[in-house]
Design a protein around this ligand. Structure first.
Ligand SMILES: [Zn+2]
Length: 190
């Protein structure tokens, strides 16, 4: 007998207050916020060392952290949780409808670490204009021991070809530090 609904919940602390950056914040301030989410997830023992957030213009739509173990769900990565939360908030599956410009704010996913192969797919279909990344995939694998999966070698170009601007290495060292802290605690690799 299967359930008629799928439920995935963030940790209680994610309901706030969370202290997001002010309107007009740039990539670095937004990344500091995503990294702080990742660090809090580690320190609270609520999941893996990953945090993400989605903005439409200056509006924070949703946050996400890794809750794979707590939710018993392999898909519950930070990026998927943030994108699904944002989609739930706006009530449609593609966050950005039509070309960005007058009247339509740019939608950005800011994630503390490079998306794995699953989250790469999730980014493709979610309708975002920008993907901002902290730690690199090799950081995730070497520092925390997670498997990023078989990403296409040309993944940044694949995103660019679909109109998604990619910016990497934003606050990379701060993001790497959270990965290392998680490994030092002996956290599981889900
Ligand atoms: Zn992922």
């Amino acid at each position: 007998m299967s359930e008629a609904a799928v439920r995935l919940a963030l940790p209680d602390w994610a309901a706030g207050p969370l202290d997001p950056p002010p309107a007009g914040a740039g990539d670095r301030e937004r990344m500091a916020f995503a990294v702080a989410l990742a660090r809090r997830n580690v320190e609270a023992g609520t999941g893996g060392p990953f945090g993400a957030a989605v903005w439409a213009g200056d509006e924070l739509l949703a946050v996400g952290v890794n809750v794979v173990l707590a939710q018993g769900a392999s898909i519950a990565h930070a990026e998927v949780m943030a994108l699904a939360g944002a989609q739930q908030r706006v009530g449609r599956p593609r966050l950005a409808e039509g070309p960005a410009g007058a009247g339509r704010p740019r939608v950005a996913l800011v994630t503390s670490a490079q998306p794995c192969v699953m989250c790469f797919g999730a980014v493709l279909w979610a309708g975002v204009d920008e993907l901002v990344i902290g730690a690199r995939g090799e950081d995730v694998e070497s520092l925390a021991g997670f498997d990023e999966g078989p990403l296409p070698a040309a993944w940044p170009a694949e995103l660019a070809a679909r109109g998604i601007a990619v910016r990497r290495d934003v606050e990379r060292e701060a993001a790497r530090a959270v990965l290392a802290a998680y490994a030092a605690r002996g956290g599981p690799r889900y």
